[in-house]
Design a protein around this ligand. Structure first.
Ligand code: KIV
Ligand code: ZN
Length: 391
């Protein structure tokens, strides 16, 4: 039974918007935030307010317009950042400040030029300062994926003691394997004093194509929140894809997790974000790609026409599509041709199908796909020939 709720923290407007060339204007951000609210996400990370006046204003406007979800603003562990994040959230009904610092050896030595002890001090100060503005403070240990578990546990424990309500364990560089990331979450669950006072959050990047698998491993090991973006957009290879983790938990209800996301809105949200950001969704993208519910080989088409479940593990209606697509190509068989011919108004007899199928293959070998218009044209032409040969 799915009885463990997983909070969905959407960061399309913050980590997602870090994609080069994908700047959204304020009305577009508000439109996406309102759609995310309807989708049922629990948290919207609306921006990084210190980064620009435009981002500050967008967070402020999202706070005025969005009512139900928590609105979160990002900051570094720098007092000015935190203060500006707090100001941008002043109209939010449920504000959250997201603050944090790098904790991996690479970040401490090369980026921050600091020491492990000083990083813990800065983490504690940042959480305490954020706490002076809002009750709900999420702490992130940047590059937690490459941070040794013992040290990570010390940082997380100190952040919770300072008042963090959520502890985010980002695999910033997308380095971890699912088993390794799951073990990291379990380690924190079992070794951090006070861990029951905070929600553990998974934040994965997709550099090795494992963001979804890592996020699912995290919830299986004790995380209660997943940070993700629509279409998996984000820095480099992107973030965990919201639609993927939501549908994994829905399809595998035996895992025992559920979310509040209205999965029937996934396709429309994907298209909205793709349009506004000007990023085309790859055709074979799981759940929302143009081919995710399209069948083009004869064997698969025959199976799906007989019974959809032969080659589909999800009902297209569950993600907001009215049906799967039977695509006519040179790999299609007679069953697919008869099926599509019927859709455009031609009920073919077996003898007609045999003749027309050969004509169809000649055309299909010349072009990639036969659309409704091509098919109607081909059927009319073939029937004219059949009729002529009868006279
Ligand atoms: O990937 C990351 O580490 C982040 C943090 C700023 C939360 O996006
Ligand atoms: Zn990130």
């Amino acid at each position: 039974m799915a009885n463990n709720k997983v909070h969905i923290f959407d960061t399309t407007l913050r980590d997602g918007e870090q994609v080069p060339g994908c700047k959204l204007n304020m009305p577009e951000k508000i439109e996406i935030a309102l759609s995310l609210e309807q989708l049922g996400v629990d948290v919207i990370e609306a921006g990084f307010p210190i980064s620009s006046p435009g981002d500050f204003k967008s967070v402020e406007e999202i706070c005025k317009n969005v009512k139900r979800p928590i609105i979160c603003a990002l900051s570094r562990a720098i007092p000015k950042d935190i203060k500006v994040a707090a100001e941008s959230l002043r109209y939010a009904r449920r504000p959250r400040i997201h603050t944090g610092i790098g904790t991996s050896p690479q970040h401490i030595e090369f980026k921050l030029k600091s020491t492990p002890e000083k990083i813990i001090e800065r983490a504690v100060e940042a959480v305490k300062y954020a706490k002076s503005f809002v009750e709900d403070v999420e702490f992130y240990a940047e590059d937690a994926g490459r941070t040794p578990n013992e040290y990570l546990a010390q940082v997380v424990e100190a952040a919770i003691k300072a008042g963090a309500t959520v502890v985010n364990i980002p695999d910033t560089t997308g380095y971890c394997l699912p088993e390794e990331y799951g073990r990291k979450i379990r380690y924190l669950k079992e070794n951090v004093k006070g861990i029951h006072k905070a929600i553990i959050s998974a934040h994965c990047h997709n550099d090795l194509g494992m963001a979804t698998a890592n996020s699912i491993a995290a919830v299986q090991n004790g995380a209660q929140q997943i940070e993700c973006t629509i279409n998996g957009i984000g820095e480099r290879a992107g973030n965990t894809s919201l639609e993927e983790v939501v549908m994994v938990m829905k399809q595998h209800s035996d895992l025992g997790f559920y979310t509040n996301v209205q999965s029937r809105m996934l396709t429309s949200l994907s298209q909205l974000v793709a349009n506004r950001m000007g990023i085309v969704v790859q055709a074979n993208k799981a759940i929302v790609g143009a081919n995710a519910f399209a069948h083009s080989s004869g064997i698969h088409q025959d199976g799906v026409i007989k019974k959809r479940e032969t080659y589909e593990i999800m009902d297209p209606a569950d993600v907001g599509l009215d049906r799967s697509r039977i695509v006519l190509t040179a790999r299609s068989g007679r069953a697919a041709l008869a099926f599509r011919a019927k859709e455009v108004g031609f009920n073919l007899k077996k003898t007609e199908l045999d003749v027309i199928y050969n004509e169809f293959l000649v055309v299909a070998d010349r072009q990639k796909e036969i659309n409704d218009q091509d098919l109607t044209h081909l059927l009319k032409r073939s029937f004219e020939k059949i009729n002529l040969s009868l006279h």
